[in-house]
Design a binder for this molecule. Structure first.
Ligand SMILES: O=C(O)CCC(=O)C(=O)O
Length: 209
């Protein structure tokens, strides 16, 4: 696949690595037991990793029913279930570091990885919480690594109230925790601005989708 991508001037250009998560992770406490953690530029050499994933991942175009029509899902996807080989060793390393940092608080490991490729500003995901599984009834965590061109990830409380926005790309980490999947929603809206491609890698525990 060929996608025009402009790397970050801040990217180290070296080997991609995801090091230990320390005290530099910044937590923002939201309402109703939800929170987010953010660590900008966590994955070093993220642009090289982005380039490898574009090529190595068997990206799939999906369709979904919308009222009486079947429409294209506006992004490409690939899901790695529990105990499958991830498409790059840096993602295994990232998963291990996430488990080392969050394992005690989460009470279980992150086990699956969902990858999404937003090819340009017209690709998007609508407002939702990850409530297909246990996230509808239990506190949990979803950890997202963003690679490639930054896109806005918006969060808003269900039922109304002020939301927030984080622009994520180039190796940034955002973790949604506590009740975030059932009391808040998140979205990556379309943008009419020129936007390069972005990959989102979401680590989730067993039974959370
Ligand atoms: O692009 C992102 O980082 C968000 C992805 C997401 O919310 C999802 O796939 O459920």
């Amino acid at each position: 696949m060929t996608l025009a991508f402009q790397g970050s001037l801040l990217d180290s250009g070296g080997e991609a690595t995801a090091g230990p998560l320390g005290s530099s992770v910044q937590r923002t406490v939201l309402s109703r037991g939800a929170w987010i953690d953010v660590l900008p530029g966590w994955v070093r050499g993220a642009d090289a990793l982005f380039g490898r994933l574009v090529q190595a991942v068997p990206w799939r175009a999906e369709k979904r029913q919308m009222y009486d029509r079947v429409v294209d899902v506006p992004r490409l996807l690939c899901f790695y279930p529990e105990d499958t080989l991830l498409p790059d060793p840096v993602l295994d390393q990232a998963g291990q570091e996430l488990n080392a940092h969050y394992g005690e608080e989460l009470g279980e490991p992150f086990r699956t990885a969902g990858l999404c490729l937003y090819r340009d500003g017209q690709d998007s995901v609508a407002w939702h919480g990850d409530t297909t599984g246990r996230g509808s009834t239990e506190d949990t965590m979803v950890a997202i690594i963003s690679l490639g061109a930054p896109r806005a990830l918006l969060l808003r409380p269900r039922g109304g109230g002020p939301g927030l926005r984080r622009d994520l790309g180039h190796g940034d980490l955002l973790v949604m925790g506590g009740s975030c999947q059932r009391t808040w929603e998140h979205a990556v809206p379309k943008t009419s601005r020129a936007s390069g491609p972005r990959i989102s890698v979401q680590f989730r525990p067993r039974g959370v989708r």
